[in-house]
Design a protein around this ligand. Structure first.
Ligand code: KG4
Ligand code: ZN
Length: 340
């Protein structure tokens, strides 16, 4: 079965064709990063307008490259319908509805968070075994989830304030680094000293809860930067200080994520651990999760970097799954409104 996936929930316009939920035939993504860079974050109105501008050509390019015909080859259309920027979501959903109506194809709405989870099922040779403890870490969301099977989830914890990707982006902004902050903080952390500053690890003493908090860390970085500038009468931090703050902040973020994931492992005793979403591209998080998994004798599943940040392949992949197993497909959490 060939599924056409459409993703427009934030600042990536992406179209993909995936066979049987796993085999990626083609993906075309327009990343709007450079369009939002000068504003230091995503501007919803601009995001919607760019989706409108590029979506049609991306589809034509994908069809041209794959030599597939929408009418003859595509069996199903899947589009992200929540959560996300409402104007941006509307472009993808309307585009998908237009295609489905004119071509008389079936259409399925996909929850973006659930698709991030599904992406970890798409790339690995080995099959993840249940139960799974999954960490979904992106620019807009931070969840710790128990997966009993695809479609059956229990949310163990979530962020009480900033999402973890948002924390990376805000810390980068304070350090006057470009948007998005995650990749650049990741890069600088490789040369900085992670022990140079002792930033707070919120909520890690509360061993009964799995929730996260990152806004205090961001504020602490802000105060530290102000203090260093004042004490040394500086307009701008020197490179070494920026590298050390980046490395120390990243170490605090990874410690928080690993601490709560470890608590969840002790409670659930999972067979597999998953990390997905944009922040799953982080090199320190990846190596720490692999180390954690080996300590608890479970298998780690982290998508290939191309499937970590927003993409339509994960949307098409989950679309196949929902259609194929619709009869006993539950998705109690993610089809509800509690994440919208
Ligand atoms: O999943 P995603 O593409 O979009 C949302 O659904 O939000 O995630 C984007 C987020 C951004 O905040 C970005 O800074 C972060 O993922 N990110 C990273 C890395 N690469 C992307 N964070 C830390 N380390 C990275 N290497
Ligand atoms: Zn995402």
């Amino acid at each position: 079965m060939l599924v056409l996936g459409i993703e427009t929930s934030c600042d990536e316009t992406s179209i993909a064709i995936v066979e049987n939920g796993k085999n990626i035939i083609g993906v075309k993504t327009y990343s709007q990063i450079k369009d939002h860079k000068k504003f230091g974050g995503v501007v919803p109105e601009i995001a919607s307008r760019i989706h409108v501008k590029v979506i049609h050509n991306l589809l034509l390019e994908l069809l041209n490259e794959t030599k597939l015909s929408l009418k003859d080859d595509i069996d199903l259309i899947a589009a992200t319908n929540r959560p996300g920027l409402i104007g941006a979501l509307l472009i993808g959903v309307s585009f998908a509805n237009g295609l489905a109506f004119s071509l008389n194809k079936k259409i399925v709405g996909i929850n973006h968070i659930e698709a991030h989870i599904y992406s970890a099922f798409m790339t690995n040779e080995k099959k993840p075994e249940f139960p799974i403890v999954a960490l979904v870490v992106s620019g807009g969301h931070t969840f710790l989830i128990e997966i009993l099977k695809i479609g059956k989830y229990k949310i163990l914890g979530r962020t009480l304030d900033d999402a973890v990707g948002e924390a990376f982006d805000k810390i980068a902004k304070i350090l006057e680094l470009p948007y998005p902050g995650g990749p650049v903080v990741d890069k600088l952390s490789k040369i900085g000293n992670p022990k140079a500053y002792n930033f707070p690890r919120a909520l890690i003493k509360d061993v009964k809860k799995f929730d996260f908090s990152f806004s205090g860390l961001k504020t602490s970085v802000l105060y530290e930067v102000k203090k260093i500038k004042q004490q040394n009468n500086l307009e701008k931090l020197d490179d070494r200080t920026v590298q050390n703050i980046a490395a120390s902040a990243q170490r605090a973020i990874v410690d928080i994520l690993i601490n709560k994931t470890e608590l969840a492992i002790q409670k659930i005793k999972p067979k597999s651990i998953m990390v997905s979403g944009g922040v799953a591209a982080n090199s320190e998080l990846k190596s720490s999760v692999i180390e954690l998994a080996s300590r608890y004798n479970t298998k780690p599943f982290i998508p290939h970097i191309s499937l970590c940040t927003d993409n339509a392949a994960m949307i098409a992949g989950l679309g196949f799954y929902k259609k194929q197993f619709a009869k006993d497909y539950i998705s109690e959490v993610f089809t509800g409104c509690d994440l919208d």
